[in-house]
Design a protein around this ligand. Sequence first.
Ligand code: AMP
Length: 538
Amino acid sequence: MMDTQLTIDTLLVRAEKYFTKKEVISRTSTGITRLTYGDFAKRTRALASVLDILGVKYGDRVGTFAWNDHRHLEAYFAIPSMGAVLHTINIRLSSDHLKYIINDAEDKVLLIDQGLLPMIENIKDEIPTVEAFIVLSDNEELPETNLKPIYHYEKLLKEGNINFSFPDNLNEDDPAGMCYTSATTGNPKGVLYTHRSIVLHSMMLGLADTFGISESDRAMHVVPMFHVNAWGFPFASVWFGTTQVLPGPNFTFNTIGELIETEKVTITAGVPTIWIGLLNELKTNMYDLSSLRFIVCGGAAMPKGVIRTYQEKYNILFVHAYGATETSPVTTLSRLKSYQQEMEDEDKLEFISKQGIPVPGIELKVINNQGEVEKNGKDMGEVLLRGPWITDHYYNKPEKTAEAVKDGWLYTGDIATVDFEGNIKIVDRTKDLIKSGGEWISSVDLENALMAHEGVSEAAVISVPHEKWQERPVAFVVKNATYGKVTKEVLLDFLEPQFAKWWLPDDIIFINEIPKTSVGKFLKRKLRNDFKDYFISG
Ligand code: AMP
């Protein structure tokens, strides 16, 4: 067979040739922009031509610091298609982490959303590799800024060449994208995606048994384009000619509801925090969400109670997926097998809320000291992954690589059980697992059970030191403001029938908000730190 290269430019060319009329719908700071794939392709080629004039060479890193909009999508294709590396930078990082990753990646050019300029202005003297700044904005003129040299994106595009030819020597094994892990400890670690890994991951997203993204879909990417390529959805959508809806800057749950209704979104993806927030929004404002085929949810465990409520009250289904920055990210997902359709609703829900089986292309095993765990839904072990879109190293970090990649497998640091159907259920991060008297307690199971109570809006469970049992679980709960009184006793009574007695939290502490990471996951390290003097005596 021919050894043609799996490169990003070929995805763009397909949309450009065959889906000229299909649309990218982009919410920006001034309104909604509608762009056909025909125009999108011209603008993308023009962007590549101006980056070329600015001196970007094969293999150079170009950073984006932006929300989900059409300009960011143009960068997604222009940068890799010209042979450079698209480095998406998380806009919620601290100044220290921002500096660290821009310097580690040695970004040559930065594309920055106008609203986010101050964060880069603050560190401008400490990022010496950056030779040019480009402002992404709807405004006609450049804003006041001390960044130099500074360019106006739209003006540059006007001067660009809409017929720019991408180099014909792109190699599928060369880096096309780069993203840093959202570090909860230490410095973020860089992961490089190759053209090949992105193309194969995109192809997987279109399979009928994964998300089946297709031309007829209207896909809204709520998951940020600055984190793990918005789970690969933008790449797959362009390739398949899928209509895309990009929710833009500072969106609210109201924006999400409105966009689903007005743009008739058929598939969307995001972390549980988003869908829990939308559920609260639906209590006061109704939207027509009937166009949705399903919602893809991942990045953290999706509480079963939330899936149930969406299904029962709004007839909306979820597909629960699991992955990480290191894995492009999608590696497993949960869908019922044909013979499981006959099961009772509650049993179906139990399966759907797990993280599921590996997608085609990915191999998985769950191991503990005794080897691979039994498929009994009980034994816990670490999830190991291998496949063409799983990273085999961290950028510039041989020691971190040696810890995470062994014998050709990525050690994820996630602990799971495996049921008789092969579904994994993530029960914890290695470091979050509660080790009580030599036994393991899953903080995630306790959190999900608590969040199934109507009086609870969010719950996080951490381990605290214990003089007899070494560690014991303590729960932090944010009350649901619209519900009546909930107390520690009410919640413990609610948990009691669901767990062995020794799993029950030793304390339940009510707080106003669970601290979150830059991508909206619970930041348990902060809770552990804030309550580090809290000690339960036996
Ligand atoms: P990140 O690299 O920031 O995307 O985080 C990846 C981590 O998020 C994984 O290693 C898991 O700990 C967690 N994670 C991702 N998806 C899920 C999921 N569906 N359920 C539980 N945890 C998840």
